[in-house]
Design a protein around this ligand. Structure first.
Ligand SMILES: Cc1cc2nc3c(=O)[nH]c(=O)nc-3n(C[C@H](O)[C@H](O)[C@H](O)COP(=O)(O)O)c2cc1C
Length: 455
């Protein structure tokens, strides 16, 4: 590879693909959400493309209303990634789990287990969402205020990481002479009595192969950025406009620096939704054909709901009513604000291009990520431009339709990035940390933090 900055690429995994109408074009769509063979095929294909990591997004709680209209994420991401770890050898395995609900000890044990099972390829993607299904599933009557969410998330993460550091390898003595298997004097049990979570003791697993699994985080409020800059190795974000992406990138790198961190060790990976074709016209045709399968009425209802408007406020062939949208902001329930913010990012783009409601609805509204339609050369140039303009270190890719959309990425887009000297030909190491260019983790600094909150 050249000495130009390498591009990081993750893959947001959905068995049917990210386009809302993808499943309508696929046979046996009903079985896809729980079809392990499809997930394995996707994982192995992504590994053939030398993609950094499989990213399993998820939401805490039960069946989401979106599942009434399209395949949703059915499997528990820890279980699914554990299965995929045995069918792959190099690719990273990112598990999304909540830092608000459940108990941090469970998460610490699961992700450490995955790091052992995969020989150093596990990552934890920390989310702080509180959708109504999650509150209902975990028995909460109402959501948490913003500051409470990050207070909970902070304690949760202190405990998870403290547990990851609690059982150093050298504590496993396994000495037949003395009959000692684990030397308790070498353990660093935690004792955290937080406001929201309490936990004591050492984890049942010794330090995992990466020292600590990689930490991703997804969110975009000021609190989220501050939290991510402190804890995360990589931030997943939604950015549609280059200038806004540059602002986010500069902000979080500065925050990382203010925590005494090397900003290069906090990667920024926005979502990206490429739609590829052999020619630009072919790519546009592919998108149009897929878009024909969209249910515009249902999409408009969802948009109206997220903006606290009525569908009739959004006539299909007129520009978006930005005044009404702004006036309705205070009516959006607290728990739904982040979804609204993701939508507003699409609307920023709509405003810039003067899109009608219909055009806006056709631009990956539900996913919220930037859509780029074109040839592999065009999309590769776009990716490199964002990286070289200081807006991203790479992208988390959404695939329009699985698996032919991923085949196009692996066989055509990635070779363009390789030709430009911006993407690996072989994995650099055996762990996700090595492949992402992140340093090996040292436990000592974190242990002091956990001791401090326990005091
Ligand atoms: C790019 C991005 C991806 C996210 N992915 C998920 C997800 O997979 N599951 C989920 O429940 N929440 C997800 N979230 C929600 C965040 O974890 C967080 O709850 C939300 O952004 C609200 O927090 P904030 O207002 O502090 O940004 C995501 C947010 C962003 C910006």
């Amino acid at each position: 590879m050249s000495n130009k900055k390498p591009v990081r690429l993750g893959l947001n995994v959905l068995a049917s693909g990210r386009h809302d109408a993808a499943w309508k074009t696929l046979p046996d769509a009903a079985k896809l959400p729980t079809d392990i063979d499809t997930f394995i095929r996707i994982a192995q294909l992504a590994e053939r493309g030398k993609i950094d990591a499989l990213f399993l997004a998820d939401g805490p709680g039960g069946l989401v209303p979106e599942a009434y209209e399209r395949p949703w994420r059915a499997f528990d991401p820890v279980a699914l990634n554990a299965a995929l770890s045995q069918a792959t050898h190099h690719i990273g395995l990112v598990v999304t789990t909540t830092s608000l609900f459940g108990h941090p000890h469970t998460v610490a044990r699961q992700i450490s287990s995955l790091d052992h099972l995969s020989k150093g390829r596990a990552a934890w993607n920390i989310i702080t969402s509180q959708a109504p299904v999650a509150l209902a599933a975990y028995g909460f009557d109402k959501g948490f205020e913003q500051h409470q969410r990050y207070e909970r998330a902070g304690e949760f993460t202190e405990i998870v990481t403290g547990l990851w550091d609690s059982f150093p390898w050298d504590a496993v003595v396994a000495d037949p002479q003395s009959g000692v298997f684990v030397d308790p004097a070498k353990l660093h049990p935690i004792d955290v009595q937080g406001r929201h979570f309490k936990a004591a003791g050492a984890l049942s697993l010794p330090t995992s192969p990466q020292g600590r699994p990689v930490i991703f985080q997804a969110g975009d409020s000021e609190d989220s950025k501050a939290f991510g800059a402190r804890w995360a190795d990589a931030l997943f974000t939604g950015q549609r406009l280059l200038e806004k992406g540059q602002n986010f990138y500069a902000d979080v790198k500065a925050l990382a620096r203010s925590h005494g961190r090397n900003p290069e060790h906090l990667l920024v990976v926005p979502g990206l939704f490429p739609i590829l074709g052999g020619t630009e016209a072919e790519a546009l045709r592919r998108k149009d054909e897929l878009d024909e399968g969209l249910d515009h009425t249902a999409l408009r209802e969802a948009l109206a709901r997220h903006l606290a408007l009525e569908p009739e406020d959004l006539p299909f062939d007129e520009p978006l009513p930005f005044d009404k949208i702004e006036q309705a902001e205070s009516r959006v329930p607290l728990a739904a604000r982040w979804r609204r913010r993701e939508m507003i990012k699409v609307l920023d783009e709509a405003r810039r291009h003067r899109w009608t409601v219909r055009q806006t609805l056709r631009d990956n509204l539900t996913g919220g990520h930037r859509v780029v339609v074109g040839t592999p050369e065009q999309v590769a140039a776009n990716i490199v431009n964002w990286v070289d303009s200081g807006a991203a270190d790479g992208f988390n890719l959404n695939i329009d339709v699985q698996t032919d959309g991923l085949e196009a990425v692996v066989d055509h887009l990635i070779p363009e990035l390789q030709k430009a000297g911006r993407f690996r030909h072989e994995y650099e190491g055996t762990t996700l940390r090595e492949n992402l260019g992140l340093p090996l983790y040292r436990a000592e600094a974190n242990r002091r933090r956990v001791d401090a909150i326990a005091a």
